[in-house]
Design a protein around this ligand. Structure first.
Ligand code: FE2
Length: 369
């Protein structure tokens, strides 16, 4: 194995003296390296271009461009090639200077072939280890990112499974979650949120009503107005949603978006009656368990946290979709009427900034239709 590797290595001897090149070439060939030679800098660069050269034995003193001048060019153009300098015994300080410039070693002239052989062997071994190490690192990164992608995909699959579970139970939900997810992502984009946050908002949209799994079917599918008791019962779906997804959704922002998607800007929403005017304190399970309320409160200086903006985005897209969907007890509203309702709810039901972003986005969509 070792020998096979050594056989594949190519050495380039750069020396203006034919006799020096021949000496090394004979020795090298007998050791099983592939050997190429160049009588000057220009030829050396040509040789380097034709294929992977593992090592350059570079004479320092050459007419025209010297080895010292050529060295940085080789290091810049062929960083994986190791360079061993060849120098007169009287000029070792130049050789040391070259090592600072990236040469691996130097050998003195006239050549002591045993010394040359040892230096070349060590230089190629160092190169081999470096390449192996880099290869390992690259594959490691690939494997890690493949693994991360698998985990992400499996997480998204669980979300989809939950959404399907709800659709099986609640016939009005069919398509609703998908539309709320898409509209919410579009609003987040319109608000200029970073891509990562847009994806969180989209995901929260997909599962925002998941708590309805715990709501009685007779209430969910009731073809008429709800009684007070029924309405109280259906309101539970926010807290229930948070509880259902806690074991699989690590992201706090998404959990809180789900919990708070029925809050109103004026504080008349549920489950916690958060208001838009002052920084909200979430009373979610998460907040209580982890002291998250304080953390959120601490963020007040830097504006609304993502979960809060996200919840307000969901509130707009959820309400819009509900208004434009057919229900047994009422017909679907037209897009224009529903938009007028969103406009009317600005500053009371809805965060004005979010509502405006939604209306701008709608206007663009309908202009394009
Ligand atoms: Fe809901």
């Amino acid at each position: 194995m070792e020998e096979e590797m050594a056989e594949q290595e190519t050495i380039l001897i750069v020396d203006d003296e034919e006799s020096s090149r021949q000496l090394i070439k004979r020795k090298r060939l007998s050791e099983g390296y592939r050997c190429r030679e160049a009588g000057g800098a220009a030829q050396a660069l040509d040789e380097l271009q034709t294929g992977a050269v593992g090592l350059v034995l570079l004479d320092i003193k050459m007419p025209g461009k010297s080895g010292i001048q050529l060295l940085p060019e080789i290091k810049a153009g062929y960083p994986d090639t190791v360079v061993v300098m060849a120098t007169a015994i009287t000029d070792t300080s130049t050789a040391v200077h070259c090592m600072r410039q990236g040469a691996y070693d130097y050998v003195t002239k006239p050549f002591n072939l045993a010394e040359v052989a040892l230096s070349v062997e060590r230089a190629l071994e160092k190169r081999r280890l470096e390449l192996e190490n880099r290869d390992y690192q690259q594959h490691l990164e690939e494997r890690v990112s493949e693994q991360a992608e698998k985990i992400r995909q499996s997480f998204l699959n669980s979300m989809t499974a939950l959404a399907y579970a709800l659709e099986a139970k609640d016939k009005y939900t069919s398509g609703h979650s998908e539309r709320v997810a898409a509209t919410s992502a579009a609003i987040a984009t319109e608000l200029g949120l970073p891509q990562e946050d847009i994806e969180k908002v989209r995901l929260a949209g997909q599962i925002h009503d998941i708590g309805k799994i715990g709501v009685r079917e007779s209430v969910l599918n009731k073809p008429g107005r709800l009684t007070d008791e029924e309405f109280q019962h259906i309101k539970c779906h926010c807290e229930l949603g948070e509880r259902i997804i806690i074991p699989i959704v690590e992201d706090r922002e998404i959990l809180l978006m789900v919990r708070h998607h029925h809050e109103r800007y004026d504080g008349a929403g549920y489950p916690d009656g958060l208001t838009g005017a002052k920084m909200p304190l979430s009373a979610s399970i998460l907040a209580v368990a982890e002291g998250y309320a304080e953390m959120v409160h601490g963020e007040a200086e830097s504006g609304a946290p993502l979960w809060n903006r996200g919840a307000r985005i969901l509130a707009v897209s959820d309400t819009y979709d509900a208004m434009t969907s057919e229900r047994p007890y009422r017909k679907a509203m037209s897009a224009e009427t529903a938009c007028a309702e969103i406009e009317r709810g600005k500053g009371t039901q809805f965060d004005p900034e979010v509502a405006d972003a939604f209306l701008r986005m709608r206007k663009r969509v309908s202009a394009a239709d």
